[in-house]
Design a protein around this ligand. Structure first.
Ligand code: PLP
Length: 408
C-alpha cells in the first residue's frame, strides 16, 4: 500500500482564529480529565451556569418536534419569520420589512459566516471593532477579505473612535461591523456615535452589519438603539438570536434582518439566498422556539433589573476587579462580560495567552486573553459574568492574589 498522503489544514484557515475555545480550553479539559474542577469563564453560555430555558420556549419546541422532522424553507419557517417581523414592529423607528427580508440560521454564527462568504472578494476590506467578538474577524478572513480593526476607546467607555474609523477607509472598504451592546467590553453605544458611524457609511457607501445579540441585556437604564433606526436609508443587516436573551444557546437559533434599499445589492442578497439554500435550512425544531420566545413574557427583564441575577453578577465582577491594585474596568452597561485592563506599569504581562494559561494551571479558572478579541496589546482579559456573584467574587479574588506575584 502507498504511504498515506499528509493532510494539512487548508491555507484558507491561516488567519482564522477563535481563542475563546483555543489552546487554554484544551488544557482545561486535560485538567478536568485529571480530576480537577475548572471554573470555565470563557464562553457566554448561560445554561452552563444554571440559567434555565424559559418554560414556554421548551414547551412549544417539544410540541413541535413530532411535526418538525422535514426540511423547511431555506429562509426558515414562516411563523418564526413573522414573529421576527412583529418583534421589530414594536421598536420605535425600526424600518419596515417583511418575512422575506428575514433569514433564520443555526445561531447568529452561521449567518455571519454566510454573510461574509456572500459579500467578499480577495482584498475587500471590512471595518471591525477592536476589541471584537472574534468570529467577525475570522469569517472576514475565511471569506477572502481583509479585516481592519477600528479602535474602541477605553477612556471613553469603549465607544468606537470615529476618527480611527475614518482613517482606515480605503476604496476597498465594503462594510462596517458594529457590535452593540458589545462583546467583550459591555459598552452600549450612544446615539451620537451611531449617527457618526451611519454618516461615515453614507459618505462611503458602506454596508452596515449590526450584531445586536445582546440588545435586551442592559443595566442601569442603558438604552439600546438599533443601527437600522439610525440609518433607514442604508442597507443594514441586523443580527440577533435566542442564545443570550432567551438563554438557549444550545438550540442554535438566530436571525438576520435586512432593511434599507436593496436595488444596488441584488447580487449580494442573491448570494445570501444561495448560501441559505445550500445549507438546506436551519435546524427545524429550534426554529419553532423563535415564535414562543419573541411573543411571550420577556423573562430577561427580571434578570437585568436592580435585584436581578445578571445585574448582581455584573456588579460583583466589576467591584471585585476594580479592587485589585493595578486593574481597572469600565463598568459594563450591557451583555455578559467584563474586560478589565492590567496596568502595564504594575503588571508585567508580555504574552497574555501565557498569562491565561498560567492562571488556569495555578488557580483552575479559565479566562480568555484580550488579544483573542483582536485587542492589540497584552493588557486585558475577558471574564464571563454568568456565574453566581459569590463564585465570581471568589474567582476574581484569586485573580488578584495571582497577579500580585506574577511576572513574565
Ligand atoms: N455575536 C456575538 C457578539 C456573540 O457574543 C455571540 C456569541 O457569544 C454570537 C454572535 C454567536 O451567537 P450564536 O449562539 O447565535 O451563534
Amino acid at each position: 500500500m502507498n504511504p498515506l498522503r499528509a493532510l494539512d489544514q487548508s491555507s484558507k484557515l491561516k488567519d482564522v482564529l477563535y481563542e475563546i475555545r483555543g489552546q487554554a480550553l484544551v488544557e482545561a479539559h486535560r485538567l478536568e480529565n485529571d480530576g480537577h474542577t475548572i471554573l470555565k469563564l470563557n464562553t457566554g453560555n448561560p445554561a452552563a451556569f444554571g440559567f434555565e430555558a424559559p418554560f414556554q420556549i421548551v414547551r412549544d419546541m417539544i410540541e413541535a418536534i413530532p411535526h418538525a422532522h422535514g426540511y423547511s424553507d431555506s429562509r426558515g419557517i414562516v411563523s418564526a419569520r413573522r414573529a421576527v417581523v412583529y418583534r421589530y414592529e414594536q421598536l420605535e423607528d425600526f424600518p419596515a420589512f417583511g418575512p422575506d427580508d428575514v433569514f433564520l440560521g443555526n445561531g447568529v454564527s452561521e449567518l455571519i459566516t454566510m454573510t461574509m462568504q456572500a459579500l467578499l472578494d480577495e482584498g475587500d476590506e471590512v471595518l471591525i471593532p477592536a476589541p471584537d467578538y472574534p468570529l467577525w474577524t475570522a469569517m472576514t478572513s475565511l471569506g477572502g477579505g481583509t479585516p481592519l480593526h477600528y479602535r474602541c476607546d477605553e477612556l471613553n467607555g469603549w465607544q468606537p473612535d470615529l476618527e480611527d474609523i475614518r482613517a482606515q477607509i480605503t476604496p476597498r472598504t465594503k462594510a462596517i461591523v458594529v457590535i452593540n451592546p458589545n462583546n467583550p467590553t459591555g459598552a452600549v453605544y450612544t446615539r451620537e456615535v451611531l449617527e457618526g458611524i451611519a454618516a461615515i457609511a453614507r459618505e462611503h457607501s458602506l454596508l452596515l452589519l449590526s450584531d445586536e445579540i445582546y440588545d435586551r441585556i442592559l443595566f442601569d437604564g442603558a438604552e439600546h438603539i438599533p443601527m437600522a433606526t439610525i440609518a433607514p436609508d442604508l442597507l443594514c443587516l441586523t443580527f440577533n438570536g435566542l442564545s443570550k436573551t432567551y438563554r438557549v444557546a444550545g438550540y442554535r437559533s438566530g436571525w438576520l434582518v435586512i432593511t434599507g434599499p436593496q436595488d444596488h445589492a441584488e447580487g449580494f442578497l442573491e448570494g445570501i439566498n444561495l448560501l441559505a439554500s445550500t445549507r438546506l435550512c436551519p435546524n427545524v425544531p429550534a426554529q419553532h422556539a423563535v415564535q414562543a420566545a419573541l411573543s411571550g413574557v420577556q423573562s430577561i427583564d427580571a434578570l437585568i433589573g436592580p435585584s436581578g441575577r445578571l445585574h448582581e453578577q455584573r456588579d460583583a465582577a466589576w467591584q471585585g476587579l476594580e479592587a485589585i491594585p493595578g486593574v481597572s474596568c469600565v463598568k459594563p452597561a450591557g451583555a455578559l462580560y467584563a474586560f478589565p485592563r492590567f496596568d502595564p506599569e504594575v503588571h508585567e504581562i508580555r504574552d497574555d495567552a501565557k498569562f491565561v494559561y498560567d492562571f488556569l494551571v495555578a488557580e483552575h479558572v479559565l479566562l480568555v486573553q484580550g488579544t483573542g478579541f483582536n485587542w492589540p496589546t497584552p493588557d486585558h482579559v475577558r471574564i464571563v459574568t454568568l456565574p453566581e456573584a459569590r463564585v465570581l467574587s471568589e474567582a476574581i479574588e484569586r485573580l488578584g492574589n495571582f497577579l500580585s506575584s506574577y511576572r513574565q
